[in-house]
Design a protein around this ligand. Sequence first.
Ligand SMILES: *Cc1c(COP(=O)(O)O)cnc(C)c1O
Length: 396
Amino acid sequence: MNDQVYSPTRTLMGPGPSDVHPRVLQAMASPVIGHLDPVFLQIMNGTMDMLRKVFGTENQLTVPMSGTGSSGMETLFVNLIEPGDKVVIGVNGLFGQRMVDVAARVGAEVIQVTAPWGQPLDPAEIEQALKQHGQVKAVGVVHAETSTGVRQPLEPIGELAHRYGALFLVDAVTSLGGIPVEVDRVGIDACYSGTQKCLSVPPGLSPVTFNQEAVKVLGERKGIVQSWYLDLTMIQRYWGAERFYHHTAPISMIYALREGLALILEEGLEQVYARHRLNGEALQAGLIGMGLKLLVDEQYRLPELTSVLVPEEVQDVEVRKRLLQLYNIEIGGGLGELKGKIWRVGLMGHTCRRRNVLTFLSALEDILIQLGYRTENGSGIREALRVYQAAGGVTI
Ligand SMILES: *Cc1c(COP(=O)(O)O)cnc(C)c1O
């Protein structure tokens, strides 16, 4: 009955949300308690500790914001940027564009550094912008650009930001829990993520972390934070020792996040990254094995989000419709200038499993052949299995 009332069980292989781990769903069904209940306060502390481990940081100010990933993006800009501040933003996909929009609404003077969709940003161009404009307050980039599948190397850009006296701000919505983010080692000053990508939790929270430098900038603001709801000067008093009431914490979502983080730490961060690498590599080998082309160069490919070009013989929408109707598999289409041109296949968090890779490759190959695409049946699976076999995971 529930299945009919709410939703069918899908395999979520799009750009998010990803499959929610059953233990997370179970945690969400726990009784709701008060947001100042001593037991809940312990749950908050545990959640912050685990978030620090997954972010790779010692930052005291590490909390989940109430809202989806975009609320984390907004949190960074409303708290750290004041009207008239200069910010440099890297734009090579939809989420870089969104960052520009958010920063501009805060009143920043935005300097965009662009790269074609599907390619990473060039640090030399970021340096040129920093040099040319002077006194830049922050540099913002997207670590894992979910609209294209590009992994942006962070360290060279972080170094430049600091050399020119700017804060380094990073969107880790699709990277956290999929590839290493390592906030402290990389030198990220403030960072945000989302729960529904590689953390295997439903959409609804946006973990953020601010280091000492960012906290100092927050403390030295000339004016109050424009947004009451996202004002960290108040929110940190709720998550800190004071337990000052700001807004009612979304209790069940925090249960969910805590369980998702516990699952990652139980498996081990390195093992989690290795699982994403292996399954991503197998999926990509399988797609190439079918004769399909990937958008992103191997060096910059994300394991958790693969963009594959739609072959000329078939229609984007028809293929996605059949995947959903016949196989219950959701994948994503292209956004913006890539609409109709690519499919985005996610292997995030709990979705990132061998059975999903193999089922998807079989399903896609079957549908493509039905629609007149020429490939040798089984060629995708064969290449994927080769990857698993080389890693010692399966024997054929
Ligand atoms: C999904 C995503 C966001 C936005 O998150 P929402 O939860 O949709 O608000 C921001 N940045 C990146 C890179 C994303 O993948």
